[in-house]
Every structure is written in C-alpha cells, then in structure tokens.
Design a protein around this ligand. Structure first.
Ligand code: 3HC
Length: 314
C-alpha cells in the first residue's frame, strides 16, 4: 500500500538525488508512469529503424551504407536496453510490445513521416537524433537507475548518429545546386516535426508535473524545446542552411531564440494515428512481429533445453 509515510520517505529519497533501483519500494503510480514512458521510448527506437532502414540498400556509397547500417543497428540495441528496463519494473516484454502493435500505446510522432530522399537521412541524423540527445541527456539524470543508465549509453551512441548526419548534410549543403536544394527541402519538411518530438506545450502536458516531482524528467517539454532551438539555429548557420521559420528572432534579454507557432493540430493528428505513415509503420511492425514468432519459439525451446542440460550436469 502507498501509505503517506512511505510516499514521504520515497519523496525524500528523490529530493536527495538518490537513484531508485528495481528492488526498492516505489509508489505504484511511479512504476506505471515509468513503464509507460520507457516502453514508448523503446517502441520509438524500434519503429525509428523503419524510415532509415528503407535507405540502406540505396545509400550513395559503401562508406555511407556501413555508417547507416551501424546506426540502424544501434537503434535496435537502444530498443532492447529500454525493453529490459521495463522488465525491471515487472512488465512483460510481450505485453508492452503488443500494446503498441495491437493496442493504443504510443511511440514518437517523428517516425510517422516519410523519408523521400537521401537528404532526409542526413536530416534525421542531425535534427531527429539532435532532439533525442537534448531530451535523453536530461533523462540520463532520471531518478530511476536502470533508465538513467540506459540513457547514458544511448546518448553516447546518439552523439555519433548526430555527427554523421550533420557531416553528411554539411557536405550536401556545400555541393551542387541540386544537392543544396535537396538538403534545404529536407530541413523544411523535418524542422517542425522535430520541435513536436518534445511533446505538447507545458500548459497541455498532463504528465510533466508528476514526472518532474519524481525526478523522472528534470526539465519540462518547453524548456527542452527551447534549448534545442537555441542549439540548432547556430548549427544551421554554420552549414548555410535556413530554418523554415520566418518568426525566428534572437531575444537579447532572455538570451534565447524565439520561434513561430508549432502546428499542434498536425501533432495531435499524428499522435492519434493519422500521420502520413502511421498505418504503414504499424503494419510493418505487425508483420515483423508475426513473422518472428517461430524465432521466439525456437529461442524459448533452446533455453529450456539448455536449462535441462545444466540441471542434469549439476
Ligand atoms: N509523440 C507521440 N506521443 C507524444 C509525443 C510525441 N512526440 N509527445 C507527447 N506524447 C504523448 C505522451 O506520450 C502523452 O500520452 P499518454 O499519456 O497517453 O502516454 C501525451 O502525449 C501528453 O504528453 P505529456 O507531455 O504529458 O507526456 P510526457 O510528460 O510523458 O512527455 C515525452 C512526453 C517528452 C515524449 C516523454 O515521455 C519522454 O521524454 N519520453 C522518453 C523519450 C522518448 O520517448 N523519446 C522518443 C524519441 S526516441 C528517438 O528519438 C530515437 C532516436 O533514435 C532518434
């Protein structure tokens, strides 16, 4: 039972900056919030492999193919650390996976947009992984130990992802007129959806207050979005790319870049399953899950056999 004494003692631990570990007592609501958030994060990593994986066979050189292959494999690894983190909270992997494939569990809105040209792959590396780093560097300080540690490792790999995307885009933006146009067009299409990755405005974010009280999140959606914009304006300028926002304006007083109105109707449409690629993404994941049934069965049978062998040997 979540008694007042237990809740107060738990809050004291959070306020002292202690990490909560799987066997520690935690309020049921804290556990549920973590399962929700970590599993959404895991699904995002896995679904996020689809728009990029699509370009592995069409990468422009062997070097680019190897880099992209490595990046997509990293995303699979991130999904697996994160599913393991949900298991430390007592969730069953099969249940959380089936929750988004057959149910309503969410994954990041950003992966419901199409990758139309190779420039989109560069921009995903720069903008999408760039946004993920801003968000996940904060989550690496999360109060839940396994989630914080998973994010620490994820961020190291995301830094490589972002650098390779930025390097490719810089090359493209300084190439032929056609390449420059491709690079700019991709940025124009991805800029606003990356701002949406940080979630709804704070005034419209039902989970933020509770997550911040419990130290799961240490910054709000709007705070993170602002630090992302400040960083990206600078980086865009260096490679001569324009961000598609006529309202971008530096405010000397606050030291931040002000930006235009985010198309929140589009965000909610995507979150509710009506983005340009939602149906295709879920269909691809459903097919992969169902086609992989025999592999999971074989792995379970093998594990059972090994256990039996070990039992006989001891
Ligand atoms: N896409 C889809 N749904 C979103 C969303 C987004 N970009 N932002 C918010 N939502 C959903 C929330 O999940 C919540 O729905 P629910 O209550 O039904 O679960 C609702 O909108 C209200 O949002 P809140 O602000 O109240 O939700 P949170 O406080 O949980 O904040 C979040 C949302 C910022 C996404 C936070 O959950 C978070 O930081 N999650 C962990 C990180 C993560 O999932 N990142 C996804 C990207 S992973 C990635 O980019 C991979 C890489 O390889 C590039």
């Amino acid at each position: 039972m979540d008694t007042k004494e237990k809740l107060d003692a738990f809050q004291d631990r959070i306020d002292r900056g202690e990490k909560i570990e799987p066997k520690d007592w935690m309020p049921e609501r804290y556990r549920q919030q973590l399962i929700r958030m970590i599993s959404q994060h895991a699904h995002s990593e896995i679904v996020g492999m689809l728009p990029e994986g699509n370009w592995i066979p069409r990468a422009p050189s062997l070097k680019r193919k190897m880099v992209l292959l490595a990046k997509v494999q990293d995303e699979a690894g991130h999904g697996l650390y994160l599913y393991s983190a949900t298991e430390t909270l007592g969730a069953r992997r099969q249940d959380v996976v089936e929750d988004y494939i057959y149910g309503n569990a969410k994954y990041s809105s950003i992966f419901n947009y199409p990758t139309l040209t190779y420039a989109d792959i560069c921009v995903i590396g720069w903008l999408v992984d760039g946004a993920a780093i801003v968000n996940q560097t904060m989550l690496a300080k999360s109060s839940y130990g396994p989630y914080a540690r998973a994010n620490l490792r994820i961020c190291r790999e995301e830094s490589f992802h972002k650098k390779q995307g930025y390097e490719m885009l810089a090359k493209m933006a300084s190439g032929t007129d056609e390449q420059k146009k491709m690079a700019q067009d991709a940025v124009n299409r991805w800029w606003w959806p990356t701002l949406m990755m940080f979630g709804p405005p704070d005034s419209d974010s039902p989970n933020s207050a509770e997550l911040i009280k419990w130290g799961v999140k240490t910054k709000t959606n709007d705070e993170l979005r602002q630090s992302y914009v400040d960083r990206m304006v600078m980086e865009a300028e260096v490679i001569d790319i324009k961000l598609p926002d006529p309202d971008l304006k530096y405010n000397k007083k606050t030291g931040h870049w002000e930006f235009g109105e985010i198309p929140w109707d589009e965000f909610w449409a995507v979150v509710k399953g009506n983005g340009p690629m939602n149906r295709e993404r879920i269909k691809a994941r459903k097919n992969a899950y169902e086609d992989g049934e025999w592999v999971r069965e074989a792995a379970i049978a093998y594990a059972r056999k090994q256990k039996l062998k070990e039992g006989k040997a001891s």
